[in-house]
Design a protein around this ligand. Structure first.
Ligand code: ADP
Ligand code: ADP
Ligand code: ZN
Length: 214
């Protein structure tokens, strides 16, 4: 099962992608997580990506596409995967289509998690991320059991640099200009599914399970 998560930054793609990965036993592949791991490890790729990420811009396709195609070519992706944060531009989507077509494959579901911009700023301002395992929380809606500490691994939680309000506005603008056109792209391919992302986390997931099948 090859699944793409679509939706604005902060719509809950990552939250749902992790739940999908756990239920269906497929890897959760997040380009944002891959970039953040590279930043943490001080790699060349991380240094390049950070300047774009901190400005709320997209990392150029030249640094993103090969990385993602490599990742989904690994053995653990043989039975499918859930992509979170890729593709984000039409050229990225086209490269993915081409790479899959070369193996006689295609995307099965593109799930659009629909949340209006007015909810997004609140979601991002309250997001807290685990520096070690990548788990995400919300200080009001999905709080950790102990404030500032990851339930899963006990590490400290941080507010991401790019979740500050100034950067969030820029990311929303970039989303509408460059990523939203993918909704039409996948609709034309007949694989688009829409879910109401304003519901609470488990209700959103129930709607997704209805689409993917139990
Ligand atoms: P969010 O989950 O809030 O949408 P991500 O973790 O997916 O954020 O992405 C964080 C940042 O990483 C993006 O704002 C962008 O700079 C960069 N990034 C992640 N995925 C891509 C991609 N497919 N193409 C270009 N930039 C990306
Ligand atoms: P994305 O990957 O689309 O950027 P996240 O999954 O990281 O989004 O979610 C953004 C923030 O909103 C996080 O703080 C997360 O805990 C919170 N969140 C996710 N889903 C919901 C929901 N259904 N209701 C309220 N808050 C949510
Ligand atoms: Zn953790």
């Amino acid at each position: 099962m090859k699944i793409i998560m679509l939706g604005a930054p902060g719509a809950g793609k990552g939250t749902q992608a992790k739940m999908i990965a756990a239920k269906y036993g497929i890897p959760h592949v997040s380009t944002g997580d891959i970039f953040r791991a590279n930043i943490k490890n001080g790699t060349e790729l991380g240094k390049k990506a950070k300047t774009y990420m901190d400005a709320g811009q997209l990392v150029p396709d030249s640094l993103t596409v090969d990385l993602l195609i490599d990742r989904i070519s690994q053995d653990d992706c043989a039975n499918g995967y859930v992509l979170d944060g890729f593709p984000r531009t039409i050229p990225q989507a086209q490269c993915l289509e081409d790479a899959l077509a070369a193996r006689g494959e295609s995307v099965d579901y593109a799930i659009n998690v629909e949340v209006p911009d007015s909810n997004i700023v609140n979601r991002m301002g309250g997001r807290r991320a685990c520096v070690t395992c990548g788990a995400t929380y919300h200080i009001v809606h999905i709080p950790p059991k102990k404030e500032g500490i990851c339930d899963k691994c006990g590490s400290g939680l941080i507010l991401r640099d790019d979740d500050k309000p100034e950067t969030v506005q820029n990311r929303l603008k970039v989303y509408h200009e460059q990523t939203q056109p993918l909704i039409d792209f996948y609709s034309k391919k007949g694989v688009l599914k829409e879910v109401d992302g304003t519901q609470e986390m488990n209700a959103v997931f129930e709607d997704i399970v209805k689409i993917l099948g139990a």
